[in-house]
Design a protein around this ligand. Structure first.
Ligand SMILES: [Zn+2]
Length: 297
């Protein structure tokens, strides 16, 4: 694994490493604060007899950061490995869901939908097939149970590497990093992962190292509304006042810089609108390969 400096509070951009950052106070949503740190919201009342605090709800505070170089908007708190494990082990299982419903009462219905897989995956397959043809072997990095892996119905080899520890679905083989690195795949998928991770440069570097010379990488991240709908992109971060599981909001520029930092060449980018759990969402995708790879697309 490729390690970089891991400060608790980010002092530089986690995509391009610029130290030219703007910041704005925000809150860490109670579900994440509870699951990661064991911190609960608390109401400050008159009977606290506080001289200098106003009464009202106190939530876990943090900062929204914006990179003035690549445009990334991100949470300043960077979770360590044990905190990531606390947040994602048993992702969306009964214990996770019970805690989340306590803070977010409508989550149960959304979770039931999410566990069934995304309906837009055929669109991704169509997009990729037109560019790389059929896929015989696929590695899904951070692929959860494997339910959302493109080409899972066609590929003879379907590997998933994931920290959630959840059982994979039928037809999927769960692998460790060493096996993923040692194997050759037609396609490596890094989908809906980079927005969750505290140190995306490490993850992209590891994935790039697992990429064979003829393999193609499909990267997919949300095209978050705060970025997509910004009237004034330079100041869009001022509207980001709360943080949940997505700790990195990517611009085109930040995603490309991140991928290129690991020696990847971005062959093509795309954005498309999907429906997830009954809600419309937008996705950014990129097809990449190793920069030293022979032209094969
Ligand atoms: Zn940046």
């Amino acid at each position: 694994m490729i390690a970089q400096e891991r400060p608790r509070i980010a002092r530089q951009c986690v995509c391009c490493e610029s130290r030219d950052l703007s910041k704005r106070p925000a809150v860490l949503m109670p579900f994440v604060a509870s699951r990661v740190f064991g911190w609960e919201p608390v109401e400050i009342t008159d009977d606290w007899h506080m001289r200098d605090l106003k009464c009202g709800m106190a939530y876990s505070v943090c900062n929204t950061l914006k990179c003035n170089h690549c445009g990334l908007i991100f949470l300043d708190v960077r979770f360590d490995d044990s905190e990531m494990s606390a947040l994602y082990t048993g992702y969306r299982d009964a214990e996770y869901t019970a805690l989340r419903v306590r803070f977010e009462p409508d989550y149960q219905m959304r979770n039931d939908d999410l566990l069934g897989g995304y309906a837009y995956i055929p669109h991704v397959e169509e997009f990729l097939r037109a560019r790389i043809g059929d896929v015989e072997s696929v590695l899904d990095w951070g692929g959860d149970t494997g339910v959302n892996t493109p080409f899972r119905h066609q590929a003879a080899v379907h590997h998933v590497y994931d920290i959630s520890g959840k059982p994979v679905i039928a037809g999927v083989q769960s692998v460790e990093v060493a096996e993923a690195m040692a194997s050759e795949y037609d396609l490596v998928v890094l989908s809906q992962v980079l927005e969750h991770v505290p140190f995306p440069r490490e993850v992209v570097a590891d994935v790039a190292a697992a990429l064979g010379p003829n393999a193609v990488l499909w990267v997919e991240v949300p095209h978050e509304a705060v970025i997509r709908e910004a009237v004034d992109p330079e100041n869009a971060y001022l509207d980001k006042r709360h943080w949940h599981e997505h700790v990195n909001f990517f611009t085109d520029d930040s995603l490309v810089r991140l991928l290129e930092s690991a020696g990847l060449e971005v062959m093509e980018r795309t954005t498309f609108t999907v429906t997830v759990s009954g809600k419309s969402a937008d996705v950014m995708g990129a097809i990449c390969r190793r920069q030293e790879a022979l032209p094969s697309l």
